[in-house]
Design a protein around this ligand. Structure first.
Ligand SMILES: NC(=O)c1ccc[n+]([C@@H]2O[C@H](COP(=O)([O-])OP(=O)(O)OC[C@H]3O[C@@H](n4cnc5c(N)ncnc54)[C@H](OP(=O)(O)O)[C@@H]3O)[C@@H](O)[C@H]2O)c1
Length: 294
């Protein structure tokens, strides 16, 4: 099951050549030029949730090195302190806020506290997440799998943004980058019901809110991230599936912050989604017969 473990945090840098080539073909990444990234984030206040490990950690380090004031949120204070120390050692500015995003009252206080301390938050990278891969017949006595994924992946981020959105709209600027999953651009895959539903809930929430806040100058980017080699994906057998390193995933986040596209998704997910919409039965059968047995 894809419960987290502490291994393989920084990504598979020693990937075989075939995987690196497949990654280039299937998930070409966009890395902004150093100058463009520096111009976009220098002096900006950027909040990254889930900055203690994996994708969030890699993104925080890149954005911090480019001149942003980094606000780092996750539960593990020691790991956040280590990330902040790395950012400061490279000449950047970083502040640590150890917080559990599922503690909704604490999250609301955190948001208000950040505004009081820094005056504003220019960019929010909503990255903290929890993944569970478990078949439904092993979930009958595990209702908490569904509540905890909703808490981390949906309700906590909503609670945080409800405190930060008013200031962004008043100032007429702000950007929210959501680290979503490629799974939402494909037919639902077996065993991912808890994770997929919770990531889908936030995806729909943000895209709905985006239609209301655009007029006030607040933009959103949904990053439908493919497989990334982190401690989150490590426990699941993805053999044969090429994946990004956390560093490459962080480049996508930097690209999102600079270019502010509505979405970033592997190029082939558009046609796959169109096919799945047009031929829903065929797509469902593929998932039942193909992936259902894995
Ligand atoms: N890895 C992939 O293949 C993949 C693919 C698509 C999308 N994604 C998405 O990418 C994001 C980052 O995943 P990752 O692969 O980098 O995983 P990761 O290495 O396990 O990092 C997850 C981060 O979320 C934080 N977090 C988890 N629960 C939290 C909570 N209750 N409160 C505050 N922070 C919490 C963790 O910090 P603490 O444990 O210190 O709290 C950690 O910093 C997730 O949203 C995930 O859904 C990942």
């Amino acid at each position: 099951m894809a419960e987290q473990d502490a291994s393989n945090d920084s990504g598979a840098n020693g990937r075989p050549l075939a995987e690196r080539v497949a990654t280039r073909i299937f998930y070409p990444t966009s890395r902004p030029r150093e100058k463009a990234l520096h111009e976009a984030v220098s002096g900006a206040v950027i909040l990254v949730t889930g900055a203690s490990h994996g994708i969030g950690k890699a993104a925080a380090k890149k954005l911090g090195a480019a001149g942003a004031t980094m606000l780092l949120v996750a539960r593990s204070r020691e790991d956040l302190d280590a990330v902040a120390e790395e950012i400061r050692a490279a000449g950047g500015v970083a502040h640590v806020y150890a917080s559990d995003i599922t503690d909704f009252d604490a999250v609301a206080e955190l948001g208000q506290g950040l505004l009081a301390e820094h005056g504003r938050v220019d960019v929010v990278v909503n990255n903290a997440g929890h993944s569970i891969r478990r078949p439904i017949d092993e979930s009958y006595d595990r209702f908490h799998d569904f509540t905890r994924t909703m808490d981390v992946n949906y309700l906590g981020p909503v609670r945080l943004l409800l405190t930060l959105l008013p200031g962004m709209r008043e100032r007429g600027s702000g950007h929210i980058v959501n680290i979503s999953t490629w799974g939402l651009r494909m037919p639902p895959a077996p065993r991912w019901s808890a994770y997929g539903a919770s990531k889908g809930a936030f995806d729909i929430w943000l895209r709905t809110v985006a239609t209301e806040i655009a007029a006030d100058g607040v933009t959103t980017t949904s990053v439908y991230m493919p497989l990334v080699h982190t401690r989150m994906s490590a426990p699941t057998d993805f053999s044969g599936v090429p994946g990004l390193t956390a560093d490459e995933a962080a480049d996508l986040i930097c690209h999102a912050v600079v270019a502010r596209p509505l979405e970033i998704s592997p190029w082939w997910t558009g046609p796959v989604q169109a096919f799945a919409d047009l031929r829903r039965g065929a797509a469902q059968r593929f998932m039942e017969r193909g992936l259902g047995r894995r």
